[in-house]
Design a protein around this ligand. Sequence first.
Ligand SMILES: *Cc1c(COP(=O)(O)O)cnc(C)c1O
Length: 348
Amino acid sequence: MINIQDLIRPTIKALKPYSSARDEFQGNSDDMVFLDANENPFENGVNRYPDPQQRTVKSLLSKIKGIPEQNILLGNGSDEVLDLIFRAFCEPNQDNVITLPPTYGMYSVLANVNAIEIKSVQLDDDFQPKVDAILNTANSQSKLLFLCSPNNPTANSFEAKSIESLVNKFKGIVVIDEAYIDFSNKESWLTRLHDFPNLIVTQTLSKAYGMAGIRLGICYASEEIISVLNRIKPPYNVNELTQQKAISQLEQQKLTQQQVSDILKQRDLLIANLESVDYISKIYPSDANFVLAKVDNATKRYNQLIEKGIVIRNRTTQPGCENCLRFTIGTSEENEKLIKTLLLISKS
Ligand SMILES: *Cc1c(COP(=O)(O)O)cnc(C)c1O
């Protein structure tokens, strides 16, 4: 059985968190007079500090995802959430983390920023985790294992039985990054939080929910883990405008569902059309709002598209992604333009 307390950095365990004015007194009764936070008293919609615990946003997410509010922490994008996880569990110049390339670049950037060694175990030819190799690479200093599923840039989900055995056998924290889960027909690991004390699931409002601009990342975990992250997060890490926009958008669940289903239809259409492009040799299965495809010469095709005003992502330098391009699913007009252009540049 994993003891989370043994994984937390001693400095963090000993930390006395900053207590903000809004932590010390909560209440929003209209006849209260707030003279405790040195704010400007003239109302303009943002003159007050935001709720440090983002209660309204959390209660909406709690209803949508079926997870109690005590199991949720919000951050300034997933990037902040991931950084908090590093700072809670990884001792600089001592601990290490395991990543599975080709995958999301932020895990290794954050490891470098925090002076944490990266052990990488490349995904297999089907972009699935090599469970035994991962467990053999882990040592007593391996604090975090990042599983991005559906994975960026490969677009596939990892097999449930591989994830389950990693969460069971890895002796540190397993972070499942579910940034693209709302595009997938696979079940979220949120339903298994109670089975695994060492599991953290991260999600975001940046992709399916259409709010990349407001920067809101979500961390779901046991109360024990959430309370550690709460101790180290900056008190007002999610600003008032972000909270307001998240609330109004989360109240329109139907709109998000409609957009996701449109994007999925467009994805299938794009894949069908990509099959008729002669220099595309492989289209990888997608559980996300993007498609990875192998071409004859990724850099040449990337530059040709740029010339025609279309920007995609060239992933050719990623391990296992030689000559691969990543296409985000756009509107039907954008996708039609993409396909037309891909066919047009075929002759050159
Ligand atoms: C886009 C993406 C995120 C989202 O990051 P935010 O900081 O929340 O915008 C997280 N993880 C992966 C794998 C992504 O591709």
